[in-house]
Design a protein around this ligand. Structure first.
Ligand code: 13P
Length: 337
């Protein structure tokens, strides 16, 4: 094993240690502003900075969170006292990571489908982030379910970009998080989501193999297999756990050390219950470590308490630490609420 591979494996091992999970706090400026707008929070750099300071200074966050994914703006920001936010994380023993895709745009020729931008000049950007202290990276691809969607071409194009990105990260000494997100929008059934997720994961692992990505030195960040959010039949946590883990057992090679879920717009408690059910039902058969890399399912309750008001910071931080702790309990199959 060469030293770069050993280094990347060590990062993965640290991220999955002690049943902790990742916190995705890498919302782009546009996404963060949209969440702020929904709650009447001013949409400017200072409020985004304050919010990210609230997150990284949350007491006890490090008890449940092993790594935090940052956005380009955030990795450069400082707390009120002048300390870089990334240094606050490092001092708590939380490993910093960075979102390196540049968001999605409509895919030309494929109405209703998206493609991710950011592959041009990626090596230079990875080098800069590595020098700034990031140890892992994230790239998100979006797959939409709809009438005759997704197309095979969009799946293939998105898988190709995930593989190119992952290969470049490994070369740069950053552990890649590979995130193919089959989104929840629509009224499709659990079965349809399982079929699409299966197809997407096969395409992604085929592309990773062809691009000589070392599967032992990456994290997969998938969606749970869920019915569409407008589907008439919603399934139990056990049915979702069964559909999700059955799909992964068929599609995700055992060499992958960690699978860390996105939450995708699920209510915070539901995401935790479903993660908990997976651990209760399948811990003995899963070859990979299963954890969370949630954004909304950890942050949303805290954001709704904070609302941009300094007086609410302490309560918001308690809510954030609580959701993170609940998800860590779920990683042990011990979540009860
Ligand atoms: P959600 O958990 O809100 O889906 O966000 C996770 C993420 O990192 C999306 O890229």
């Amino acid at each position: 094993m060469d030293s770069n591979q050993q280094l990347l494996k060590n990062i993965a091992a640290q991220l999955m240690a002690n049943d902790k999970g990742l916190l995705a706090m890498d919302e782009s400026t546009a996404t963060c502003n949209k969440r702020f707008a929904d709650l009447g929070i001013p949409q400017n750099e200072e409020y985004r900075r304050k919010y990210r300071e609230l997150i990284v200074t949350t007491p006890g966050l490090e008890e449940s969170i092993s790594g935090a994914i940052l956005f380009d703006e955030t990795i450069r920001q400082r707390a009120k006292d002048g300390t870089l936010l990334i240094d606050i994380l490092k001092n708590k023993g939380i490993i910093p990571g960075i979102k390196v895709d540049e968001g999605t745009i409509p895919m030309a020729g494929f109405p209703g489908e998206k493609i991710t931008e950011g592959i041009d000049k990626l090596p230079e950007r990875l080098k800069e982030y590595h020098e700034m202290g990031a140890q892992f990276a994230k790239w998100r691809a979006v797959i939409t379910i709809g009438q005759d969607l997704p197309t095979a071409t969009s799946i293939k194009a998105n898988a190709y970009l995930l593989a190119r990105y992952a290969a470049l990260c490994q070369e740069a000494g950053l552990l890649p998080i590979v995130e193919p997100e089959v989104i929840m929008d629509g009224d499709h059934s659990l079965k349809v989501c399982a079929q699409v997720t299966t197809e997407v994961l096969h395409a992604v692992f085929n592309a990773l193999y062809q691009h000589r990505v070392d599967l032992e030195c990456m994290i997969l960040k998938p969606n749970m297999v869920l019915p569409g959010k407008d589907a008439s039949a919603q399934n139990s946590a056990e049915e979702i756990a069964n559909a999700t883990i059955s799909c992964f057992l068929r599609c995700v090679p055992a060499a992958v050390p960690v699978i860390a879920f996105l939450s995708g717009g699920q209510a915070a408690e539901l995401a935790t219950q479903r993660l908990n059910a997976m651990h209760q039902m399948f811990d003995k058969v899963m070859p990979w470590k299963l954890t969370f890399s949630f954004s909304r399912a950890v942050q949303q309750p805290a954001l709704e308490i904070w609302k941009g008001n300094d007086q609410n910071i302490v309560t918001a931080q308690k809510a954030l630490a609580h959701r993170a702790a609940c998800n860590r309990q779920a990683n042990r199959g011990e979540y009860t609420a």
